[in-house]
Design a protein around this ligand. Structure first.
Ligand code: HEC
Ligand code: HEC
Length: 319
């Protein structure tokens, strides 16, 4: 082409001519042709080395045997090999021991983010603060229904939770309901009256909420004397709870509040261990084949629940 640059008339033309302008028949430049051949060659090399031709159920395999899945699995295996020593160590540690070991704590927190996002955030919100009014407990404050030690949190996750308050619609008249609503509102403000307190006691509320109305951990009954509301401090909402209760299956309007069980197996194991320790027995001597029948449901592994327990504990509200 370089030769022809300034002498276009010496090149044969294609015979096409528009208004006296002829279409010349220049050969394509050499560099261009070379690139064309080279790319053709690359296609053939790629074709031989890598999977390329789609067939009915599969594709041609290629000499290298490369697949995306294989590459993914190799990468995954590398990550797992790095994690394995930590996972093994975690499996043998108690939640308290994890809290006391900065390196393991760091690992547990790091690997809990996805676990928490996948399993817990839908109800408890990212970072443990649920949407206002959603009816899920906030995990970042100091107000715990079932206790805020890392072990109590582990048990909450393993066993699931569903506090029960029966409906009182049939056992209270309107005046009594009004007085109890006032008592609850006033308790939160520190202005509860003796009369209100007497009714609270007479109607049996104290049996679950405690004589001081501060709640009882074993029942998950809310503390009625602080400004942290389990559900809402709104008078109508309080009336609703008193009339229809929480998780009272016999009342169609009851407030449902259920934390799913994540490992029946771990919940039983924690209970059996705690009982053995309380009885002065050696928890390492427990015969698990006797205590467990192997059918216990496990939606999360014991190690994952430990990680989540320390993760939730460090949200800021742990005790
Ligand atoms: C379907 C909604 C839901 C999901 C999912 C859920 N929770 Fe809960 N969680 C609840 C409810 C409701 C309660 C309160 C139960 C009650 O009121 O008795 C609760 C209670 C708790 C408590 C006890 C709080 C306290 O104050 O004592 C902890 C800890 C907790 N959840 C952690 C978790 C973790 C960790 C996960 C993920 C593995 C999770 N939850 C998944 C609904 C949920
Ligand atoms: C059988 C035990 C039980 C009895 C009896 C009981 N409660 Fe409750 N109450 C609970 C539990 C458990 C909760 C928390 C439920 C949850 O978080 O899932 C609760 C929650 C509440 C709440 C919601 C508090 C908040 O922060 O949103 C109010 C208000 C309340 N109770 C008032 C009363 C009053 C008034 C009485 C007496 C008429 C009473 N309760 C009797 C167990 C009981």
């Amino acid at each position: 082409m370089a030769d022809n640059k300034n002498k276009p008339n010496q090149v044969t033309d294609t015979g096409h001519s528009w208004d006296g302008i002829k279409e010349l028949n220049n050969p394509p430049p050499r560099w261009w042709l070379n690139s064309l051949w080279l790319s053709g060659l690359l296609v053939i090399v790629y074709f031989i080395l890598y999977p390329s031709l789609p067939l009915v159920n599969d594709s041609t395999k290629g000499l290298l045997g490369w697949t995306q899945i294989k590459e993914f699995k190799e990468d995954l295996a590398k990550v797992e090999a790095k994690r394995a020593p930590f996972e093994d160590k975690l499996a043998a540690m108690s939640v308290e021991a994890i809290l006391a070991d900065p390196e393991m704590l760091n690992y547990a927190i790091g690997s809990s983010k996805v676990l928490y996002g996948d399993n817990c955030a839908a109800c408890h919100g990212t970072g443990g603060a649920p949407a206002a009014g959603a009816g899920y407990p906030n995990l970042t404050d100091d107000d715990w229904l079932y206790g805020g030690t890392v072990r109590e949190i582990e048990m909450s996750i393993a066993n699931g939770r569903a506090g029960m308050m029966m409906a009182h619609e049939k056992s209270l008249n309107t005046e009594e309901v009004n007085q109890l609503v006032s008592f609850v509102v006033n308790s939160a403000n520190g202005t509860a009256t003796e009369a209100g307190k007497a009714l609270f006691t007479a109607k049996g509320c104290f049996a679950c909420h405690g004589a001081d109305a501060k709640g009882i951990k074993a029942m998950g009954s809310a503390n009625l004397t602080d400004k942290v509301w389990r559900f809402s401090g709104d008078e109508e909402a309080i009336r609703q709870i008193i009339l229809h209760g929480v998780n009272d299956a016999s009342d169609a309007e009851t407030r449902v509040a259920q934390m799913p069980q994540w490992s029946e197996k771990l919940a039983i194991m924690m209970q059996v261990r705690a009982d053995a320790i309380a009885d002065g027995e050696d928890p390492n001597a427990i015969d698990w084949t006797e205590e467990l029948d192997g059918d216990e449901a496990e939606r999360l592994t014991e190690t994952d629940i430990k990680k989540l327990a320390v993760y939730v504990h460090q949200f800021g509200g742990g005790q």
